[in-house]
Design a protein around this ligand. Structure first.
Ligand code: LMR
Length: 335
């Protein structure tokens, strides 16, 4: 028994160092970091800061290549590329991991987190930290959570009350929670990769979408969505992930430095995300042709009441423990 465990361990070690070698270029470890958004967004800025700090501190030991805007891999193939070690870092939205773990669906539940500060508290607590390791069986290791922001609903018509969304088609990320959320409004959800959202909205293939301000502004989605309702109904955050066979084969000393850099970058991304989104909100509000619709408490409660029944549908798959932990982080609850 012991022998076979040793054989498996030795085998994984060999595979691991082959994996790092495969990503090496003349002794330099090459880390390809692919993502689907613009450089100007919180994730785009985080990726660039990771490259800058890594290259400043690790010189020619590690080279970081950033591929933004789905230029290397996009939603359809990036996680497969990670598992094949064709790319070594990704930061997909938490909605994009459903194939690998149901627990992360907690982040998609509408009106679960009051704001980004509540999301932050959940991510820092034991349950949130545990979820970083929830995909290791699928060769995905979570290194950090990065914020983007709260999502807003955009459409070709003004969405003031939930029934305004009925009959419209909305682009969604690949998440059954988001599918149920739009079904609960009598709308039709359609899963599309992020790279296709602008064209789908422009051509009328879908009439609406949900995104944080930074994604809307950086992709100019507001130019094809005359109405944006400030619902803050859910969160769009990321998990920075690698392939454990690659990550744990990086020489210990270097890996420790990389993980220290990731901690610093995470702090910066998460410190700046909210302000970056607010600045983009102002730019959108000032742009001709787009109306930002603010909701009062009563109106927002109507959206909450329409969407919240979705929680019950998913309690069994997400886990009551995870959902309960997430519900204790809002400001009006004891923390
Ligand atoms: C989306 O598909 O709308 C987002 O996940 C894109 C992103 O990475 O922010």
């Amino acid at each position: 028994m012991f022998k076979s465990i040793c054989a498996i361990a030795a085998g994984s070690l060999l595979l691991a160092s082959a994996t790092v070698q495969a990503a090496s270029d003349k002794g330099t470890i090459v880390i390809k970091f692919a993502h689907v958004v613009a450089d100007s967004t919180p994730k785009g800025q985080g990726a660039l800061l990771f490259k800058k700090l890594t290259e400043e501190r690790l010189g020619d030991k590690v080279k970081v290549e950033i591929y933004p805007n789905s230029t290397l891999y996009g939603d359809a193939n990036e996680l497969e590329a990670l598992s094949n070690n064709e790319v070594q870092l990704l930061a997909p939205s938490l909605a994009k991991f459903e194939k690998y773990t149901k627990q992360l669906q907690v982040f998609d539940l509408p009106f679960l987190f009051d704001d980004l500060a509540a999301v932050n508290r959940f991510q820092k607590r034991a349950k949130g930290r545990q979820l970083l390791r929830s995909m290791e069986d699928h060769n995905i290791v979570g290194l950090a959570y990065w914020h983007n922001g709260m999502k807003q609903l955009s459409a070709t018509k003004a969405l003031r009350v939930p029934s305004d969304a009925a009959g419209l088609k909305f682009r969604i990320q690949p998440s059954t929670v988001l599918e149920a959320q739009f079904n609960s409004l009598g709308a039709t959800p359609l899963v599309l990769p992020f790279a296709d959202v602008f064209d789908a909205l422009k051509s009328g293939k879908v009439q609406g979408a949900e995104n944080p301000w930074s994604n809307i502004y950086s992709k100019q989605l507001h130019s094809v969505q005359p109405f944006i309702t400030e619902t803050n109904h859910g969160v769009l955050d990321y998990m920075l992930v690698s392939n454990p066979r690659f990550w744990y084969a990086i020489p210990h000393q270097i890996r420790m430095q990389l993980e220290g850099i990731i901690d610093e970058v995470t702090f910066e991304v998460n410190r700046q995300a909210e302000a970056a989104n607010q600045a983009d909100r102002e730019r959108i509000a000032a742009a001709a042709g787009t109306q930002v619709i603010a909701l009062n408490d009563e109106q927002r409660n109507a959206w909450r009441n329409a969407m919240q029944p979705v929680w019950q549908q998913f309690e069994g798959v997400i886990g009551a423990d995870v959902m309960k932990a997430a519900q204790t982080v809002n400001r009006n609850k004891s923390n």
